[in-house]
Each structure stands twice: as C-alpha cells, then as structure tokens.
Design a protein around this ligand. Structure first.
Ligand code: KIV
Ligand code: NA
Length: 269
C-alpha cells in the first residue's frame, strides 16, 4: 500500500503518476497499471455524471464513488476530491465531510481546491490524521471567477501562488496539484517547496503528473488542451455496442450456447 510518505520519498527521485477513477472496475485497471495515486476527482461531474462543470457534485456522490474506487484499489493511494462548498466555509462541517471519506469510504487522503481559506483547515485536518493534498492554479470550482484559461501568467498572481504553496506546505499539506499554470512557474514552485508537486497542464518539471481517466483512454467527448489521449475507448465501446445491437436484431445472438434447456420442461404444454 502506497502512503503519503512513499510519495514524498519519490519526489525528485522518480516521477509520481496520478490518474482519476470513479468506479471499482476502472480503479482496478488504474491500480494494476502501476499508477501511484488514484484521485476520485470531482471531475466526475463532467466525466461521468453529465454536468456542465464540477459545481453540482455533492458530498454523497463523491463518497459513493470513493467507496467504489477504494474497493477496486489494492496498492495506490486513494484521494477523495472534496466538492464545491463541502469545505472551507464552516470548520466542523468541513472536518465532518472530509473525515467521512476516510472513516466510512476507505480513502487515504483528501484533496482541497486551495486558497487563503484552506490554510487553517489544512492544518486542522492534518492534525486530525487526514492527509491533505492542496490544489493551486486553475481551480475549476472557481470557474465563475476565472474561467478555464491558464492562470498566473502575470507576476502578481504567480507570487500569490508561490506564497500559498509555501503556506499550505507549512500547514501540513503532503502534496500540491498545480493546474494550468506556466511551466516555469510550476518549476519554481517545485523548487521552492519540499512536498511533491503534481502537475496538470503545468509542464514537465513537477514531481508528478495527473490527468483525467476519460481523457487519457479516449472516452471523453471533450478534453482540455493540455490533456493527451492514449487510447480510443469511446470508439471501441461504440463498435462493441453496435455489434451487439446488430446481433440481436439479426438473430445471430443469442445462440443455443448462451442458455441451457431443462429436459423436464420439454413437454410442459
Ligand atoms: O477533479 C479532478 O479530476 C482534478 C484533477 C484534474 C487534478 O481535480
Ligand atoms: Na477536482
């Protein structure tokens, strides 16, 4: 079983791999492929729940998917991505929502889209035994303020991110996701802090990389510009389902092999 300490030991030594999964079957594939961290991302909103963005995703939905992923995972670290407004407003509510992912669903850690409002909370959670992965740069739960464009192109915003990275490290975050920021900023943040940085659309100098499962396997209808498609699962699924429909409609499926007969029933009528 991978621990947050294992990940910290990997930083700067070998690349950390992280990928999302939302159900037990995919988690098994991701885990068996040697991925270090399985993130049950609130990207489930777009990826599998049919929403426009991540904002409608609920704590119950994340919890249900975390349970499934944890049951399908043996080796990888399972991280529960806390959804919009489930943390950061009220401390005891935040602790309850985060704690549930470990206590009831089998997660090993939580991820919080970070900002000034998560520094104290990160410390509180870490004190309670809930490892926190921070997340800076593009934080899609703030889409109404930022859109989905690259963040921190300017000096002031870049300095804010660097400062927040330091503050979350000091508060006890065990790792930091950097999303859609300039590669040279991600490189400097990686240099400035000791905890591992895991990049998405943030260049090749982070300690690790993360992408969304449906983007990687080619199942997503739309992917962000920084994603890479390594397969054509959507095409394969379409082909298999079309062949099934054709087989039933043409009568070539099922055949005698797909069911058995009971001799006792032959003369029922
Ligand atoms: O929800 C998600 O999948 C994420 C990753 C893209 C970092 O937050
Ligand atoms: Na997310």
């Amino acid at each position: 079983m991978t621990t947050v300490r294992d990940l910290q030991a990997m930083a700067g030594e070998e690349p950390i791999t992280m990928l999302t999964a939302y159900d037990a079957a995919t988690a098994e594939i991701v885990d068996e492929s040697g991925v270090d961290v399985v993130l049950v991302g609130d990207s489930m909103g777009n990826a599998v729940l049919g929403h426009e963005n991540t904002l409608p995703v609920t704590v119950d939905e994340v919890a249900s998917h975390v349970g499934a992923v944890a049951r399908g995972t043996e080796d990888a670290l399972v991280v529960a991505d806390m959804p919009f407004l489930s943390f950061g407003a009220d401390e005891s509510e935040s602790v309850k929502n985060c704690g549930r992912m470990l206590k009831e669903e089998g997660a090993n850690a939580v991820k919080l889209e970070s900002g000034p409002h998560t520094i104290e909370l990160t410390e509180r959670l870490a004190d309670l035994g809930i490892p926190v992965m921070a997340h800076l740069g593009l934080t899609p739960q703030s889409v109404n303020q930022t859109g989905y464009t690259q963040q921190a192109d300017g000096r002031e915003e870049a300095e804010t991110i660097l400062e927040l990275a330091r503050e979350h490290e000091a508060a006890g975050a065990f790792a930091l996701v950097l999303e859609h920021v300039p590669a040279n900023l991600a490189a400097q943040v990686t240099e400035a802090i000791d905890i591992p940085t895991i990049g998405i659309g943030a260049g090749g100098q982070c300690d690790g990389q993360v992408l969304v499962f449906t983007d990687v396997v080619g199942m997503a209808e739309q992917s962000p510009p920084f994603a890479e498609q390594f397969g054509d699962v959507r095409g394969e699924m379409r082909e298999a389902v079309s062949e099934y429909v054709e087989a039933v409609e043409s009568g070539s499926f099922p055949t005698a092999e797909h069911a058995s007969r009971s001799e006792e029933l032959d003369d029922l009528y």
